[in-house]
Design a protein around this ligand. Structure first.
Ligand SMILES: Nc1ncnc2c1ncn2[C@@H]1O[C@H](COP(=O)(O)OP(=O)(O)OP(=O)(O)O)[C@@H](O)[C@H]1O
Ligand SMILES: [Mg+2]
Length: 211
């Protein structure tokens, strides 16, 4: 669904990703680890079609990114659930309104969708915070709310950058999740049959079983 083939990215002459190949298919769950500055967010941005590599090929839902117009890239991105590292919410809206925002911008929202939003918010541990203004939440809580918002759109792939908290993941949607949180990986890895990828010195490798 999302394929990177021998991708290289450099910023100001410094190579951040070097010859990276990754294929995200239905049912895959990858944790993406690596030190700060290793290129995790950059890799997620590539998968989201938000940037173009200097070398190599990115394919989104089978189409080469290089042949996609900006409209086509935007519509591919709408098929993904993307949680950014620093999620922005609208502070004058409640958390519930923020989570429903991808729908309310297009028209009225029905009771079924509201119920789904409530379920997802409960799943991420924020069931009691629906009416709260987003600025009253911790960083981790905001990330979990962002995850609920992304999942509400029934994405075909999930790209998550540093979401926190132990969630009981059970989904067939492919997930690529960047995290520093070893406890999260240890807890979730057996449940979701996740593979752990490690970025270091521009290289992407699969981590061994010992974590
Ligand atoms: N648009 C940009 N212009 C210049 N340099 C950039 C840009 N984006 C990222 N970088 C640099 O690329 C490197 C990788 O950044 P990236 O944000 O992908 O790291 P990360 O692994 O997500 O780190 P963290 O764990 O701190 O979130 C960093 O050195 C960063 O400064
Ligand atoms: Mg990052």
């Amino acid at each position: 669904m999302i394929d990177l083939s021998q991708v290289t990215v450099a910023f100001g002459g410094r190579v951040v990703l070097s010859d990276v190949t990754l294929s995200l298919q239905p049912g895959d769950f990858f944790f993406l680890t690596g030190p700060s500055g290793a290129g995790k967010t950059t890799l997620l941005r590539l998968c989201a079609g938000s940037m173009t590599p200097a070398q190599g090929e990115v394919r989104l839902f089978g189409r080469p990114l290089s042949e996609m117009t900006s409209d086509a890239r935007a519509s591919a991105r709408r098929r993904m659930g993307i949680v950014y590292q620093d999620t922005q919410f609208l502070d004058h809206l409640s958390l519930e309104e923020n989570v429903l925002l991808p729908f309310t911008v297009r028209g009225p929202v029905d009771a079924e969708l509201r119920a789904q939003a409530a379920d997802l918010m409960t799943w991420v541990g924020l069931g009691g915070h629906m009416a709260a203004p987003p600025q009253t939440l911790s960083g981790g809580e905001r990330q979990r709310a962002a995850l609920a918002r992304a999942l509400l759109t029934a994405p075909e792939a999930v790209l998550a950058d540093e979401p926190t908290g132990n969630l009981d993941w059970e989904m067939s949607t492919p997930v690529l999740m960047a995290t520093h949180d070893l406890a999260l990986i240890r807890a979730a890895k057996p449940l979701v049959n996740a593979r752990v990828l490690r970025l270091k010195d521009g290289r992407l490798t699969q981590a061994g079983a010992a974590l």
